[in-house]
Design a binder for this molecule. Structure first.
Ligand SMILES: [Zn+2]
Length: 363
C-alpha cells in the first residue's frame, strides 16, 4: 500500500485492484460516460453502471441492479447536482448511508474550494473530468485502500495501525499530515504521539488544544507527553514514554523524525523511538523542516489534492504558530509536496526514510 508509485499503471506488476469490481458511475454526458467505462474496464473493473441524474444515483446506490450485489466504489460528477454546496450535502448523505463505499468526485476544473468541500465530505479523491486515466487510477486506489487490510500478512486483528511520533505539536502534521489523512480515511487506525506541549513556542494549554484540533482534522487520535521542550534526551524517560504508546497502540508501522536533523529534541526522540520500537514491524522517518540534506528518503507516499488540503488545514489549526514560523508558509508546504511528487510520478507526495522492516508487505 505504500508503494513507491507506478503500481497503478496498466500493465504494471500484479493484479489490478479493480479486478472484478462493480463501479457506480454518475455521469450525464454519454460520451464521457463511455470513455470512463472503457478506461475502468481496461483497468479490470468487472462492471460499470452509469446513471445520469442524482435521483437515479441515489436509487442505484441503495439498490444495485442485479446481478450486482454491492458497489466497490462510486464516481460522482459535480455537474449532476449543481454547485460545491450540493457536493457537500451529497457526500454527507452518502457517507451516512454507505460508509464503506468510497466516492471519487469528478469536476470540469476542480478548484481549491471544491477540494476543501471534497475533503470535508471525505471523498476518496477529486479528479478532472477530462482525465479518464486519472479517474481509473483514483478509483483503483480508493478500492485498494478500502480493501480489508487483514489480507496483509502479520497485521493481526482489525485495521492496520500506525503510530507517528513527534517532539513538538505540529511536527507530525508538517512531516506526515497528508499520509496520516490518507491512511486514516482508508480505515487505518492512526495515533499521533507528541512528546511535549511545546512550551517554548507559546502557551502550553493553547498548544495542547490546537494539537487536538489538528489530529481531529486528520482523523487521528492524539497522545501527549510532557517532556521538557528544548532539552529532551534519548534517555530512559523518553524511551519509556514511547514504549507506553507502543504498548497501548500495538502499531504495525511507526514513523518518527529522522536522525539527520539539526534540532536536538528531534534527534533525541528519533533515537529513543528506535530503541522503543525494536520489535515493531516497520519503522520509518518523515522530513521535518529542520532536516538536513543528509535526509535520504526511499519511499514516497502519493497524496491526493484532498490529502494536501487536509494537511494544510491541520497545520493551520496550530494558529499560535502559523504567523511566526517560516516553514508553515502554505506555499512552501504545498510546493514541497509537489516536489516530492516527482519521485512517485504523482502530483503530490510525502517522503519517508525506511529504517527497518520486518514485514515488507506493509509499505
Ligand atoms: Zn519540532
Amino acid at each position: 500500500m505504500f508503494d513507491a508509485g507506478g503500481a497503478d499503471a496498466p500493465g504494471g506488476a500484479g493484479p489490478s485492484p479493480l479486478a472484478g469490481t462493480h463501479i457506480l458511475l454518475g455521469e450525464r454526458d454519454a460520451e464521457t460516460a463511455a470513455r470512463f467505462t472503457r478506461t475502468l474496464r481496461e483497468h479490470g473493473a468487472g462492471s460499470v453502471h452509469t446513471v445520469g441524474t442524482p435521483e437515479a444515483f441515489r436509487r442505484a446506490g441503495a439498490d444495485p441492479p442485479a446481478p450486482v450485489r454491492f458497489w466497490d466504489a462510486a464516481v460522482w460528477h459535480t455537474g449532476l447536482d449543481g454547485d460545491a454546496g450540493s457536493l457537500g450535502r451529497f457526500l454527507e448523505e452518502w457517507r451516512a448511508q454507505h460508509p464503506g463505499i468510497p466516492v471519487v468526485v469528478t469536476d470540469d476544473a476542480p478548484s481549491a474550494r471544491l477540494a476543501v468541500t471534497a475533503l470535508r465530505g471525505r471523498a476518496a479523491d477529486l479528479v478532472e473530468r477530462s482525465d479518464p486515466e486519472g479517474l481509473a487510477v483514483a478509483v483503483a486506489r480508493a478500492v485498494a485502500e478500502r480493501a480489508d487490510p487483514l489480507g496483509v500478512e502479520g497485521s493481526g486483528q482489525g485495521s492496520l495501525r500506525m503510530l507517528v511520533v513527534g517532539a513538538h505539536p505540529d511536527d507530525v502534521e508538517i512531516g506526515l499530515g497528508g499520509t496520516i489523512h490518507r491512511r486514516a480515511h482508508s480505515g487505518w487506525d492512526v495515533t499521533v504521539l507528541t512528546m511535549s506541549g511545546g512550551g517554548n513556542g507559546g502557551d502550553p494549554a493553547l498548544r495542547r488544544k490546537e494539537a487536538h484540533r489538528a489530529a481531529e482534522v486528520l482523523g487521528a487520535r492524539l497522545l501527549m507527553e510532557d517532556l521538557p521542550d528544548g532539552s529532551m534526551a534519548d534517555d530512559r524517560t523518553t524511551v519509556e514514554a514511547v514504549e507506553r504508546a507502543v504498548a497501548e497502540t500495538t502499531p504495525d508501522v511507526v514513523v518518527v523524525h529522522s536522525e539527520s536533523d539539526t534540532h536536538q529534541d528531534h534527534r533525541a526522540v528519533h533515537r529513543a523511538t528506535l530503541v522503543a520500537c525494536r520489535k515493531v514491524a516497520r519503522l520509518a522517518c518523515y522530513q521535518s523542516p529542520s532536516a538536513t540534506v543528509a535526509y535520504r528518503p526511499n519511499r514516497f507516499i502519493e497524496l491526493s489534492e484532498v490529502d494536501v488540503e487536509a494537511k494544510l488545514a491541520a497545520i493551520a489549526a496550530h494558529h499560535s504558530q502559523a504567523a511566526s514560523r517560516w516553514y508553515l508558509d502554505e506555499d512552501l508546504l504545498r510546493s514541497t509536496a509537489r516536489y516530492w511528487g516527482r519521485f512517485s510520478q504523482t502530483r503530490f507526495a510525502e517522503p519517508l526514510e525506511l529504517v527497518h522492516e520486518r514485514n515488507p508487505l506493509l509499505f
